[in-house]
Design a protein around this ligand. Structure first.
Ligand code: CAO
Length: 547
């Protein structure tokens, strides 16, 4: 029997954090990795898992206290339970050991009782930072107990609404436990597996991997019933908050905010987050409630649009029902949201790209040497970035409070990619700082990842403006839907040779049809006219891009 002190692990850079939940009561049995307390910084909430098995003697912090790395959290009395847990691993490992061929004997086989604990230890593998705090589906487990994996080997495959991603092993070792199952919902920091690794490689489980400490987003863990809703608030907002099918599971908010929302009957998906990366904070919930009380109509679920009737088409002929992919469903709801929210205007113009195309074709040989294909899309992205710089109104978004616009001082351009699973929009970051070769390389790699379903959420975040190029397919023009909260999108159709009057005669010029849709709440017609004129000038004479 010994009493061990548990301390606050590495917080991944956070100076101090608040204790927002004590999960156990003194006397409770504690398993290894059981969550002892929940901490919350301004960026994330995180569980502190117990590095010991035993029983909780007492907490050394109070709910609401502010703590920092190394502060004592709790006392755990360790004893028989921990011992047996430690002894279990070698036994389990031996039982799954496959008969070895005539290669070097495994250490565990030689003398498990005496030697294995001395040279090997357990390494918990968690989901690394996946670029968002959303839950994603575990769609495939690529390992089995007893497998020997190398660092970088795929352990499991996750799928979000936008992409599939492999979770690689951060260590080499042998799989002794798989902690997740197909169909589970995981997020950054979720436990995936335990590996038996050599001590040279192992990190102590008590100091969890950084991803666990800094980014684990905890859903409200308790099943405490929601507190009664104040009568006034109930009248105004409780009905929409409990609307059928509504769930707050996917929103980015910590446990204390979720608890507050439950207490007030607020559905978190209706609240705009003003915290880092859109995280919903307590004051966002307060503002939502205030707004709902002052303006009951704003909390109404109905947009007043009559529903499209459901028709049984089989009465007219043979039919089949084809399931929408997740991406198609997500695109559908985003498009509807943007179409309903954004007052769209679309402006049209043609750019003379005769010289641009001559120049682009002259790059072909060098492109082949570099292994880079330069298409008109690269010039469009470069010209869009320069036009955003010259016309900063297009690089804004409406703030959630409806009182401000956010001016972005970075220029990231999204690019719609047509894939077999649906429309994806990866983002070319800092496009204004890149040349045509680098942009072309980015287009090739991002479009390839999109088509292979391998984009990471971070590849699709942070866009300021979107390009939708249908030039390779055809058409003379279309009205693209703004990718809100961005305020502008450029649709590009197929270039055509047209007779253009040059003052004395009609000359054949290659003209590129451009369609600029914008959010008229943020952009005026004049702004759009200036943006388009600038863009046309850059594309018609790309020397201006160098200025
Ligand atoms: N006019 C004429 N030809 C054009 C053109 C245009 N506007 N744009 C491209 N082309 C040509 C290219 O020159 C290229 O031919 P060459 O190889 O002979 O030079 C060919 O068409 C293919 O170009 P591309 O547009 O596919 O080039 P890319 O790889 O740079 O494009 C991407 C990448 C992602 C924009 C494109 O593959 C794509 O997915 N486009 C569809 C976007 C979409 O679906 N938008 C709608 C969204 S809303 O539903």
């Amino acid at each position: 029997m010994a009493v061990e002190i548990v301390t606050v692990p590495d917080l991944g850079g956070a100076e101090s954090v608040d204790v927002i939940e004590l999960n156990l009561t003194p006397g409770d049995a504690v398993e290894l990795e059981d969550s002892l307390i929940v901490l919350e910084s301004d960026k994330a909430s995180m569980d502190v898992p117990s590095p010991f098995a035993g029983s909780l003697v007492k907490y050394l912090v109070a709910d609401g206290a502010t703590v920092k790395v190394g502060d004592a959290i709790a006392e755990i009395e360790t004893g028989a339970a921990e011992q047996s847990a430690q002894e279990e691993a070698p036994v389990e490992e031996t039982s799954v050991e496959e008969p070895q061929q005539e290669t070097e004997p495994q250490p565990a086989e030689e003398a498990p009782a005496a030697k294995a604990p001395a040279v090997e230890s357990e390494q918990l593998i968690v989901v690394p930072d996946i670029g968002s705090d959303d839950e994603v589906d575990l769609i495939e487990i690529s390992i089995a107990i007893g497998d020997q994996v190398e660092e970088g080997d795929t352990l499991v495959v996750l799928e979000s609404d936008k992409a599939t991603m492999d979770v690689p092993s951060s260590h080499s070792g042998k799989v002794i436990k798989i902690l997740a199952a197909e169909g589970d919902k995981l997020r950054t920091g979720s436990q995936v597996a335990i590996l038996q690794v050599s001590n040279a490689e192992a990190e102590v489980i008590a100091a969890p991997a950084e991803a666990t400490a800094v980014a684990t987003e905890v859903k409200s863990p308790s099943v405490a019933p929601a507190a009664p809703v104040p009568a006034a608030a109930q009248t105004a907002i409780s009905a929409p908050a409990v609307a059928e099918g509504s769930t707050s599971a996917d929103v980015y908010a910590g446990p204390s905010v979720r608890m507050l929302a439950r207490e007030l009957g607020v559905s978190l998906e209706k609240v705009s987050g003003t915290g880092p990366r859109g995280r919903i904070q307590k004051n966002d919930v307060d503002s939502y409630v205030k707004n709902a009380l002052n303006n009951p109509a704003s909390a109404s679920t109905g947009s007043g649009i009559p529903e499209v009737p459901v028709v049984d088409f089989s009465q007219f002929g043979e039919i089949e029902s084809i399931k929408l992919t997740k991406i198609q469903k997500l695109t559908g709801s985003n498009m509807q949201r943007n179409w309903l929210n954004v007052p769209h205007v679309t402006q049209f113009d043609d750019a003379d790209i005769t010289e641009l195309e001559d120049f682009r074709k002259s790059l072909k040989a060098e492109g082949e040497k570099r292994g880079i294909r330069v298409t008109p899309v690269a010039f469009l992205i470069k010209a869009i970035a320069a036009s955003l710089h010259a016309n900063p109104e297009f690089n804004r978004s409406l703030a959630g409070d409806g009182e401000h616009v956010i001016q972005k001082h970075y220029i990231n351009v999204g690019m719609a990619v047509d894939t077999p699973r649906g429309l994806m929009v990866p983002v070319i970051k800092d496009a204004n700082e890149k040349g045509i070769w680098e942009i072309s390389e980015n287009i090739m790699s991002l479009a390839g990842l999109a088509r292979d379903g391998k984009l990471k959420p971070s590849d699709m975040q942070g866009g300021c403006f979107t390009l939708s190029s249908l030039g390779a397919i055809g058409g003379t023009g279309f009205t693209p839907i703004v990718n809100a909260p961005e305020v502008g999108i450029l649709g590009v159709s197929k270039s055509q040779m047209k007779p253009v009057w040059n003052g004395s005669e009609f000359a054949p010029r290659l003209t590129l049809p451009l369609c600029l849709s914008y959010d008229h709440r943020v952009i005026n017609g004049g702004d759009a006219g200036r943006f388009m004129t600038h863009l046309v000038k850059l594309l018609s004479d790309i020397r201006y891009l160098a200025l």
